[in-house]
Design a protein around this ligand. Structure first.
Ligand SMILES: Nc1ncnc2c1ncn2[C@@H]1O[C@H](COP(=O)(O)OP(=O)(O)OP(=O)(O)O)[C@@H](O)[C@H]1O
Ligand SMILES: [Mg+2]
Length: 228
């Protein structure tokens, strides 16, 4: 069952006289619960595509449907509520609030949404990610891998149906990167979350069930459509 779909999605950036076609009439669909990586060279449009799929950036043309609903037919407030409740985001720079402890960072999206934390669910995430003894620390007292695990817990805190991750291991060394990726993958599959992950690293891309490769804003390979 398709949970997310984009049709003829395009994004152009105008830089003075020059127009950059970052994403070019791209059509794709993502199945509930799948783990898909989007790979391709620098500048191929991976982040731009991910941001549009996650409703963070408006396309120049084309549509994104989440659960059959056109994301960009929502107004800004409706879209931010949908993003907060249904989507989780993980970025290369962990983007933790430095003044808050690990636990407070994880709870932030739940608090912002004025929801009551589901303690049992959060305990499960903390357990899967192995961060129980890191919850009272400030980000400055955590390693990069630990900060990213807190950021992943934060992305999962609102029980999203899709997690979007953009180069989540980009700031980590190879060992920490592998560990974070494997935890993100494990947490998503345990919780039935769809994971769409951008990485230019083929070792990472290969760990997904499905690999989409971009070049010049277009799909040049999709393992889902070749049966590979
Ligand atoms: N805000 C922007 N303004 C102008 N051009 C942009 C902007 N964002 C992206 N671009 C251009 O769009 C193209 C695609 O960029 P994008 O960041 O999506 O690539 P990417 O595949 O994520 O690259 P990387 O692997 O380096 O992160 C590039 O040519 C980039 O310069
Ligand atoms: Mg990028």
């Amino acid at each position: 069952m398709s949970i997310l779909r984009c049709e003829q999605l395009s994004k152009q950036y105008r830089m003075g006289e020059v127009t950059v076609q970052a994403v070019d009439s791209l059509t794709a669909s993502f199945t509930k619960g799948e783990f898909c990586t989007i790979t391709g060279p620098s500048g191929s449009g991976k982040s731009t595509l991910l941001h549009m799929l996650g409703g963070l950036e408006q396309p120049t043309s084309g549509t994104v449907y989440y659960d059959q609903e056109n994301l960009f037919a929502y107004n800004d407030d409706q879209l931010s509520v949908l993003r907060r409740r249904r989507f989780g985001f993980v970025f290369q720079a962990y983007n933790l609030v430095q003044e808050l402890t690990g636990e407070e960072n994880i709870l932030l999206p739940v608090m912002l949404d004025k929801q009551t934390p589901d303690k049992a669910y959060l305990a499960k995430i903390v357990d899967i990610l192995g961060i129980k003894n890191r919850l009272t620390h400030l980000p400055s007292a955590l390693s990069g891998g630990e900060q990213q695990r807190i950021a992943i817990a934060r992305a999962l805190a609102n029980k999203p149906s899709i997690v979007f991750a953009d180069e989540p291991t980009g700031n980590l060394d190879a060992h920490a990167g592998r560990e974070v990726l494997s935890l993100l993958k494990h947490a998503s599959s345990e919780l039935g979350v769809t994971l769409i992950l951008v990485s230019h690293d083929l070792n990472i891309a290969e760990q997904a069930e499905r690999v989409i490769q971009l070049e010049d804003g277009k799909i040049v390979f999709d393992s889902a459509s070749t049966g590979n």
